[in-house]
Design a protein around this ligand. Structure first.
Ligand SMILES: *[C@@H]1O[C@H](CO)[C@@H](O)[C@H](O)[C@H]1NC(C)=O
Ligand SMILES: *[C@@H]1O[C@H](CO)[C@@H](O)[C@H](O)[C@H]1NC(C)=O
Ligand SMILES: *[C@@H]1O[C@H](CO)[C@@H](O)[C@H](O)[C@H]1NC(C)=O
Ligand SMILES: *[C@@H]1O[C@H](CO)[C@@H](O)[C@H](O)[C@H]1NC(C)=O
Ligand SMILES: *[C@@H]1O[C@H](CO)[C@@H](O)[C@H](O)[C@H]1NC(C)=O
Ligand SMILES: *[C@@H]1O[C@H](CO)[C@@H](O)[C@H](O)[C@H]1NC(C)=O
Ligand SMILES: *[C@@H]1O[C@H](CO)[C@@H](O)[C@H](O)[C@H]1NC(C)=O
Ligand SMILES: *[C@@H]1O[C@H](CO)[C@@H](O)[C@H](O)[C@H]1NC(C)=O
Ligand SMILES: *[C@@H]1O[C@H](CO)[C@@H](O)[C@H](O)[C@H]1NC(C)=O
Ligand SMILES: *[C@@H]1O[C@H](CO)[C@@H](O)[C@H](O)[C@H]1NC(C)=O
Length: 547
């Protein structure tokens, strides 16, 4: 049960005192980001119920959505015009009012996915983790509530300020029920973005409410994060264009609000943010507007055509034109709903930008010449050993890959549609980006990259192994049908190794073909098999040149 806490007069709040501004000063780039996302969210907002409409894949007929509404409330408090603050207050009362109160259930302290949902755990609505309830909503909404409390609490009536703290307390207790491998949960320290959100919420809330156990849990989580991160100063959830952005978000909250305390995550956050940008800036190709692969988890094959949270951070650092062409309206992109996180990123971004060195920012703005990145990342329990990452970047062609030895197919999240361990991208005749990505089918890969070359071996493979590549359709006006490697626009790929050099080719299209697109991206499935009766280790050599 809830311990006796006097939310109002908690002495510990002195420790975390922050100067409260009416709104956070935003630079020109950030104001543009803020305004563009708020224009969309204003249109989605339904004032009759104080929730945003459900603009979340797949689109729904009628219902509203919880997490994005909380992000919007941060935007409303930041903007603070007309009835903005009143609406934000209604939102907070609604969302916290629907927070799970039964301490015996696994989803205790969690928020709804959408407000109209049936009661989780009722006969008609079984509790299914990541479906009927999402354990990460505690972290996403909890971190946003911290921002609200730190930046805008003077805009809120006292009872709502107290509700925010009580909500964070329950959310933190509920999140402590999460144990990787137990009850269908996968919250291991290697699940970087979700782990960091829990770490930060527990660390902040424990200190705020003077709860030593909660504080200690946050510090222990932070130690586990640092232990993995410092093997090679990389996130275990390596180089995901969406989720690296969430990890940076959590770390920025720790840096901004916990650095002045003795919190373990507060002590490490600034340098971790800098080290993440150090490698991400080496992997970003400004001419291609893409973070080169490999990507542990990605929601697409070309960042020009979907909304990744790293794109939103990049916008705050180098401006929108560095990230997306002005001819691409954001709401037409895959994962457009992820722009709804922009208000919280905008509020943190001025503080965040001050942490990033000018040499890092200049690498993000201008391609600084052909180079190779090499590093390691480690995500137990999926990884039996650290993965070795090598990425070669040239102005119009990047090749990035990783060697791995894992317990499952599809990486830590067991998902071959988001795990992209070998990625080739190039600039085509119309300036769009081509992609040629290995679709994972094996638990182990030995992969080597050199300029214009990619070699892939399946150490545990046999005659039935295949190398499947998800390959971009050609630009409009170029060859419509791909029947051989020679049909790919703008690139020549010579194939060698122990595979049969003649692939099977099929199409995965929006309205036809052999299979469905992945995350909205259509592709040609180019699959190389082993010759009949081969006893060789499966190996494919790709020698790549641009037209
Ligand atoms: C809380 O959840 C437990 C476990 O499902 C259940 O037995 C109990 O009846 C619930 N309590 C309330 C008040 O709903
Ligand atoms: C927090 O959980 C307790 C049960 O432990 C419940 O009584 C209380 O109403 C909850 N508070 C909120 C804001 O949901
Ligand atoms: C202390 O924190 C741990 C981890 O958050 C949690 O599992 C445990 O229930 C807490 N114990 C008490 C007495 O609050
Ligand atoms: C932080 O300070 C408190 C109070 O002085 C102490 O109890 C705690 O052990 C410290 N934590 C760390 C991680 O140093
Ligand atoms: C760690 O990463 C750096 C690049 O940031 C690299 O130079 C170094 O060799 C890596 N160490 C290992 C053990 O992979
Ligand atoms: C993968 O790791 C396991 C456990 O350490 C080891 O037994 C196995 O030989 C490794 N496999 C490869 C292909 O390296
Ligand atoms: C990574 O490289 C090290 C050093 O070369 C090697 O021992 C290890 O097996 C490699 N890991 C994988 C997963 O291939
Ligand atoms: C090849 O490996 C797969 C997966 O381990 C196995 O099911 C299959 O029997 C193997 N085939 C041969 C011919 O060894
Ligand atoms: C690609 O095509 C092969 C047949 O050539 C098929 O077995 C495989 O399932 C397809 N993969 C995807 C991701 O569509
Ligand atoms: C593969 O092996 C089978 C059985 O030994 C044999 O009949 C067949 O001719 C072989 N195929 C090739 C291409 O060598």
């Amino acid at each position: 049960m809830l311990p006796e806490i006097n939310w109002r007069n908690c002495l510990c709040s002195i420790l975390l005192s922050a100067t409260l501004a009416q709104s956070v000063e935003l630079s020109k780039h950030v104001q543009a980001l803020f305004d563009e996302s708020m224009t969309i969210q204003d249109a989605l907002y339904d004032p009759s119920v104080s929730y945003l409409r459900y603009f979340y894949y797949p689109l729904a007929a009628g219902p509203h959505e919880t997490r994005s509404t909380v992000w919007y409330s941060v935007g409303l408090l930041q903007r603070n015009q007309d009835s903005d603050v009143e609406e934000a207050i209604k939102i907070l009362r609604n969302v916290i009012g629907d927070q799970e109160r039964n301490v015996s259930v696994q989803w205790y302290g969690d928020y709804t996915v959408y407000p109209e949902q049936p009661t989780v755990g009722s006969p008609a609505y079984p509790p299914v983790i990541y479906n009927s309830w999402d354990p990460n909503w505690r972290g996403f909404i909890g971190t946003a509530l911290i921002i609200i409390y730190e930046e805008f609490r003077n805009l809120l009536p006292q009872d709502v300020q107290d509700l925010v703290l009580e909500s964070l307390y329950n959310s933190t207790i509920g999140d402590s029920y999460r144990v990787g491998g137990v009850d269908g949960d996968n919250l291991y320290p290697a699940y970087s973005n979700a782990w960091l959100m829990r770490t930060v919420v527990s660390s902040w809330t424990g200190r705020k409410l003077n709860d030593a156990n909660m504080t200690a849990a946050g510090d222990a989580d932070a130690e586990a994060f640092v232990g993995l991160f410092d093997r090679n100063q990389t996130l275990s959830e390596f180089n995901g264009p969406t989720y690296a952005g969430v990890s940076l978000y959590a770390l920025t909250i720790a840096a901004k609000y916990l650095q002045s305390t003795n919190s373990t995550i507060g002590q490490h956050a600034v340098r971790a943010i800098q080290q993440i940008w150090d490698y991400e800036s080496k992997l970003w190709n400004p001419r291609m507007r893409n973070i080169a692969g490999p990507w542990d988890r990605s929601y697409g094959y070309d960042m020009n055509n979907y909304v990744a949270i790293m794109s939103i951070w990049l916008w705050t650092l180098i401006g929108k034109e560095g990230v997306w062409k002005s001819s691409s309206p954001i709401w037409t992109m895959a994962h457009a709903d992820d722009l709804e996180i922009a208000p919280v990123i905008a509020v943190l971004s001025e503080f965040h930008k001050k942490l990033i060195s000018s040499s890092t920012i200049s690498r993000l703005e201008t391609f600084d010449g052909e180079h190779t990145y090499s590093g390691q990342a480690y995500a137990p329990p999926a990884d039996f050993e650290p993965r070795n990452i090598t990425t070669w970047l040239s102005p119009a062609l990047t090749i990035g890959t990783q060697s791995f030895n894992q317990s499952v197919v599809g990486g830590f999240s067991k998902d071959s549609s988001s795990f992209s361990p070998s990625v080739v991208q190039w600039i085509r005749s119309d300036q769009s980006i081509g992609y040629f990505n290995l679709y994972p089918t094996e638990t182990a890969l030995k992969a080597e990259v050199a300029p214009y070359a990619l070699d892939l071996t399946y150490p545990l493979g046999n005659v039935s192994s295949t190398f499947t590549f998800a390959v971009a359709p050609n630009p409009l006006g170029k060859k419509r049908d791909i029947t051989a490697m020679g049909d790919l626009d703008g690139i020549n790929i010579e194939v060698g190794g122990t595979v049969d050099p003649v692939p099977a080719i099929s199409f995965c299209g929006l309205v036809g073909g052999d299979c469905d697109p992945i995350h909205g991206f259509e592709f040609w499935n180019i699959t190389f098999s082993m010759p009949e009766n081969s006893s060789e280790t499966p190996l494919i050599h790709l020698r790549i040149s641009l037209d």
